[in-house]
Design a protein around this ligand. Structure first.
Ligand code: NCD
Ligand code: ZN
Length: 332
């Protein structure tokens, strides 16, 4: 008989579903893997009003009706308290901060985080979570996350009750910083930062499908991210940062950053937790710690995975997925 693994239906606390014609496919593919998602707001146009939050939720649900959809809005301007309350009413649980120019669709990002403090103060009062893309513009690419940490530390001091998530943590310094800050600071971890280093982008052949922000870094950084996750630290939970771009947008003169991981995220995680003899910690990572941090009920629905090899397609939804063409051991 095939080996089975029963897991809680996973939460993804950081996913990009895009907009327009692409949205339906990406939302459906998320629905096949996750029960609940936190959708990122760096769409074109961005999600930055109560109306946009409402519309985006409706569009996602129209394509993926069984998905529980949680939303973010872009923190690239100051909002009045009434506007924040309306966004909250429409399903937004967090604001996403993008520094200017550091990643996909951040041309409208912020150059000085202190400019957003009036809104951040209101967010603390309303118990909205602040999600940070933690990279310092202009710094050397491998140092951008490390150099952002001063802003995180200052935010914590200035707004001691604010819940903050450092998204897609990718460096040893950031892991250490999050561990040392109070319990209202957590981090999401992607599947790709658990398994890739810079070598997997430029070490041998150029692999644009693995190019993303923040960059997968040195072996010591990957080791630090892994030790936080496989140590069962409740401050570190899954946010895949699955960020699909059509192949021609990644393989061109100025290629887009983002790894498309949603279709393979859970099978890869099962393997990685198995490899580390930590399978008992997987449920909390994919459907426990994140819900607790966001103060939402833990998922009660289950999903069964079976141990049966399958080959990851070379293209899914016009994009090259993580581990394209490779064989994975687990499937639904
Ligand atoms: C993301 C995208 O494509 O939207 N890209 C990425 O490399 N991670 C944006 C982001 O989360 O930085
Ligand atoms: Zn992202």
């Amino acid at each position: 008989m095939l080996q089975e693994l029963i897991l809680p239906l996973p939460d993804d606390f950081h996913i990009h579903l895009r907009q327009g014609l692409d949205l339906a496919n990406y939302a459906k593919s998320a629905e096949q893997q996750f029960g609940r998602i936190l959708a990122m707001p760096n769409t074109e146009p961005p999600i930055n009003s109560a109306e946009a939050v409402k519309k985006y939720k409706e569009e996602i649900l129209a394509a993926a009706p069984s998905l529980e959809v949680l939303l973010t809005f872009k923190l690239n301007k100051n909002y009045a308290e009434q506007e924040l309350l309306e966004m909250q009413k429409n399903g937004a649980i967090a604001a996403k901060y993008y520094p200017l120019g550091v990643t996909t669709n951040s041309q409208d990002g912020v150059s000085k985080i202190e400019d957003m403090y009036p809104t951040i103060e209101l967010m603390e009062k309303l118990d909205l979570v602040l999600c940070l893309h933690g990279e310092e513009p202009g710094a050397f690419c491998l140092d951008r996350e490390k150099e952002f940490l001063k802003h995180l530390e200052k935010l914590c001091k200035t707004f001691p009750k604010l819940r903050i998530v450092l998204e897609h943590v990718s460096s040893a310094e950031a892991v250490e910083c999050v561990k040392n800050l109070p319990q209202n600071v957590a981090a999401t971890v992607t599947v790709h930062h658990l398994i890739l280093t810079l070598n997997d982008i430029v070490g041998d052949s150029l692999r644009p499908q693995n190019f993303c922000k923040p960059l997968p870094k040195l072996p010591k950084d990957k080791a630090a991210v892994r030790s936080a996750v496989f140590g069962g630290d409740k401050k570190f939970f899954l946010g895949t940062d699955s960020a699909p771009h059509a192949l021609e947008k990644k393989e061109c003169l100025c290629g887009a950053a983002g790894v498309y991981s949603a279709p393979v995220a859970i099978p890869i995680l099962i393997e990685e937790f198995e490899k580390e003899n930590k399978s008992e910690l997987l449920s909390n990572f994919i459907a426990g710690f994140g819900a607790d941090f966001y103060k939402i009920p833990r998922q009660t629905k289950k999903i069964t995975y079976i141990k049966k090899e399958w080959q990851v397609p070379k293209i899914i939804d016009k994009a090259v997925p993580l581990k394209a063409g490779e064989v994975l051991k687990w499937q639904k």
